[in-house]
Design a protein around this ligand. Structure first.
Ligand SMILES: [Zn+2]
Length: 198
């Protein structure tokens, strides 16, 4: 059954999905009604078509419009927090300890995985910081507490140092390694409060 195996193979490519789980997903869709199966494929196609990036912070947004956070003018415009991925914003928002704005890099510098500074939204960041340098008082670098995140943080600090705002890094108080979105809210909240100058 080539076509069933093909669907299993597709699910196998999803992060964290093993062979048995992939098979369960495929069989579920095989037994589902035509309408359910159509909803599944249509939802994915629709998402691919409609979800773009916020033109200001580069978080995901519907139809590439200004995202909810960037549209909210009650937030503190003196604080800009730089994160690697859109999901990191959600993790930081959950702490309720940060009320500024964000910039998403879409990755980190990783020579081993062949990702350099040019692959990140750095030009856009530089442009934004220069444009808002009278407003932004502090840039908080919230890249992951791993080697790539650290490399990226130091690169950013060098790049932004001469523009003016104070540059800080989350004070994790925990060993190196891991992702921001795996850190529990309490620890992340402490990391925000205990940020250190870079
Ligand atoms: Zn935005």
């Amino acid at each position: 059954m080539k076509s069933l195996q093909r669907v299993i193979n597709v699910f196998r490519k999803l992060p964290g999905v093993g062979p048995r789980q992939a098979e369960r997903f495929a069989l579920y869709l095989l037994r589902a009604s035509e309408a359910q199966a159509a909803e599944f494929t249509q939802a994915i196609l629709d998402m691919r078509l409609k979800v773009g990036c916020c033109p200001k912070c580069f978080a995901y947004s519907e139809n590439s419009s200004l995202c909810e956070i960037c549209s909210d003018d009650t937030r503190d415009s003196s604080l800009l927090c730089i994160v690697e991925e859109p999901k990191d914003i959600e993790a930081l928002e959950k702490t309720k300890s940060f009320n500024g704005y964000y910039h998403v890099l879409h990755g980190s510098i990783s020579p081993i995985e062949g990702r350099s500074a040019e692959d990140l939204k750095l030009k856009e960041l530089l442009h934004r910081v220069e444009e808002e340098k009278d407003t932004i008082k502090e840039i908080i670098i919230a890249t992951n507490p791993d080697t790539e995140g650290q490399t990226t943080a130091l690169y950013l600090a060098d790049m932004l140092r001469d523009i003016g705002p104070k540059i800080t890094r989350l004070g994790y108080g925990m060993p190196l390694g891991g992702n921001i979105d795996y850190i529990d809210e309490m620890t992340l909240s402490h990391a925000l409060k205990g940020r250190t100058k870079l």
